[in-house]
Design a protein. Structure first.
Lengths: 159, 159
DNA sequence: GGTAACGTTTCATAAATATTCAAACAGACG
DNA sequence: CGTCTGTTTGAATATTTATGAAACGTTACC
């Protein structure tokens, strides 16, 4: 019984957004399975499902987009907020922040997962960003500097 | 305030398994943020975090891979355990680990005293390994990747 | 047959999370 | 300055989820 029910659960959550175990229970009943909320709670744990906070729906891990655009926006904000100076040495980008701010900025860079960026190493006020090659480094430098400039300049200005 | 708190939340959940909003609240308090469970609930929704049913921990989507800290061991053992990704750029090797695991892995690499390796710099989840030249870099890359592959072949299940 | 061992389910309840609503706060504008 | 307007927050509360304990069903064994 359990097997069938659990595979029905997987099927259901992949088809539509189901936001509570009660809702899941009702759907299951419609398919001929009768199970209480307690049972469903255990099924969900065994299936290693995940509950999205944004809308409360259950899903299998890795199924979701991950909010690419959001991470980008966050990076932009972080750069505006934290970045003080940029230096490029070949494919290595050295970023300076105010003391203690390197970690959050590096985190934002990591999360954005820019294709040119291989990785970052952050200390207290310095971040080393490794890009694939010097050209990629120049691109990222230009990108970051542009965003940092937005702060100082006025938003209306055409570039 | 919200901005800072939310980025602290992302940082916290990426570092360790936090299974309840109360726990998150306590961690935040330790970092100087005071927020009630209600506020944290909203933050989590805005950050689009996800709660794993298997252990109840929060994570950002796509990060599915259980991270935990274990005792130190030989380099091979450490690589199996910690290494997630390898990138080679000329003579520079960029290793990625799960959050917070870079230090132990870098330590293991240092201790192994590989002849091709000049030195390492480790951040939170990234290690920069400097080898003598590109050829040495390729060799080390191949070595590490081979060991990391062993992991994929015999994956450890969480729980 | 009896009964021990095990896995599964339910019930009752504890724990965790989301939401409602009102108050505090922050800018923009007169 | 005060008054809008919109955002953020906490307290109280409603909703949702997890769990301990008992009960059920099955299998295996004597």
């Amino acid at each position: 019984m359990k097997r069938y029910r659990q595979s029905a659960i997987l099927d259901l959550v992949s088809r539509e957004a189901i936001c509570s175990q009660d809702a899941l229970g009702r759907q299951l009943r419609a398919r001929g399975f009768h199970a209480t909320q307690a049972t469903i709670s255990r099924d969900i744990k065994e299936l290693q499902l995940v509950k999205r906070a944004s809308d409360g729906a259950y899903e299998r891990p890795g199924t979701s987009e991950g909010g690419r655009g959001l991470a980008d926006a966050a990076l932009r904000r972080a750069i505006l907020e934290y970045l003080r100076r940029v230096d490029l040495v070949q494919q290595l980008l050295v970023l300076r922040t105010d003391p203690g701010q390197a970690q959050p900025l590096a985190l934002a860079i990591d999360r954005a997962e820019l294709p040119e960026v291989v990785g970052t190493v952050a200390g207290d006020d310095t971040i080393l960003v490794i890009t694939r090659h010097a050209r990629a480094g120049r691109e990222v430098t230009r990108l970051f500097e542009g965003w940092a400039m937005d702060d100082r300049a006025h938003p209306r200005q055409a570039f």
